[in-house]
Design a protein around this ligand. Structure first.
Ligand code: ADP
Length: 318
């Protein structure tokens, strides 16, 4: 396996306005193979965006390592980091906020090429037309402004911008959550096609397990800043081990008006949960709590065959 990314014990602490320490990401370790899509799933506030932004060093980690293509990003100086960042791009949730409404589509897609001094004006314009086409947009749109476009078109422009510098890794943070359901599948299919054609690796962040299941080679389930379970989409969705993963699965909507959604029944405050837990961080919500869960944090262990592909952090499996 050629490795593209490794996270080693990555941690980020924030300080809330009232002075409380928030462990947004708490010791995340992960290895990603080149060409692999790792889906990161979990409820709002579990640390997904912080993790994604730390990978690109948009947020500086409190501790730990981000190793991208064998380079420890934390040890790079500003200009080295700038070069490394060319190969890593981010797609954000909100295509409305991500695009400057005063710039034309052509200028928006050209901007990354300009910033990195790529090609002549003519070459850049040719590249912009190619990128728009690759992303399923007519090159005629180059003179339009984002305000005239639909949400799906805008997200395609964000994707074209992200592709402009031929990245190796794309971190997509809820890339379809702000789009109409009818458009979501089109954008996801485009991303999957681009992955194949451009040899990309994705970190695909979403609160929606159904979406993550569709796109991922492996799924990492996050809860309160930790990866509590990781495995193939089959492991996670057909044979989930962690009680929290089961809750996420139960929360996937099914067309049954009589059925209640478990996550709606269990409102939780991340800060409150963190403050009250000493052992396992899921202890306050778990239906299988034992005395050990309250006293001792569980370690990540391998579950089920084949060995070493499905891991869970839960005392039920220690
Ligand atoms: P997610 O993407 O899963 O919704 P986030 O990574 O945005 O979660 O947030 C994780 C936790 O860190 C939350 O409790 C959030 O309130 C907190 N947090 C995120 N950014 C900041 C910040 N800049 N300052 C203080 N707390 C933050």
């Amino acid at each position: 396996m050629t490795q593209i990314l490794e996270l080693v014990n990555l941690t980020k602490d924030f300080t809330a306005k009232n002075g409380t320490k928030i462990g947004a990401v708490r010791g995340v370790s992960l290895k990603q193979a080149k060409g692999e899509t790792i889906g990161v799933v979990g409820e709002s506030g579990c640390g997904k965006s912080t993790l994604g932004r730390m990978i690109l060093q948009l947020i500086r980690p409190s501790s730990g390592q981000v190793i991208f293509q064998n380079q420890d990003l934390m040890s790079l100086d500003k200009s080295e980091l700038r070069q490394a960042r060319r190969q890593m791009q981010m797609i954000f949730q909100d295509p409305y906020a991500a695009l400057d409404p005063r710039m034309s589509v052509g200028k928006l897609v050209e901007e990354p090429l300009l910033i990195f001094g790529q090609g002549s004006r003519q070459e850049r314009q040719k590249k912009v037309a190619q990128l728009l086409e690759v992303c399923g947009l007519s090159s005629d749109l180059a003179s339009s402004h984002p305000g005239a476009l639909s949400g799906g078109q805008r997200q395609r422009i964000c994707i074209a911008r992200a592709l402009a510098l031929s990245p190796k890794l794309v971190v997509a943070d809820e890339p379809v959550s702000a789009l109409d359901v009818s458009v979501q599948a089109q954008v996801i299919n485009l991303m999957m096609q681009l992955k194949r054609d451009h040899d990309l690796s994705y970190i695909f962040i979403s609160h929606n397990l159904a979406v993550v299941k569709y796109v991922s080679d492996r799924i990492a389930v996050m809860y309160l800043g930790r990866i509590v379970e990781i495995g193939s989409p089959d492991d996670i969705c057909t044979d989930p081990a962690h009680p929290y993963t089961r809750l996420l699965l139960d929360a996937i909507p099914v067309p049954d008006p009589e059925r209640t959604r478990p996550l709606d029944q269990a409102p939780f405050d991340p800060l409150e949960t963190k403050l009250s837990s000493t052992g396992c961080s899921y202890v306050n919500r778990c239906s299988f709590v034992t005395a050990k869960c309250k006293q001792e944090a569980p370690k990540l262990v391998s579950v089920g065959p084949p060995a070493k592909s499905h891991w869970v952090e839960c005392h039920l499996y220690q």
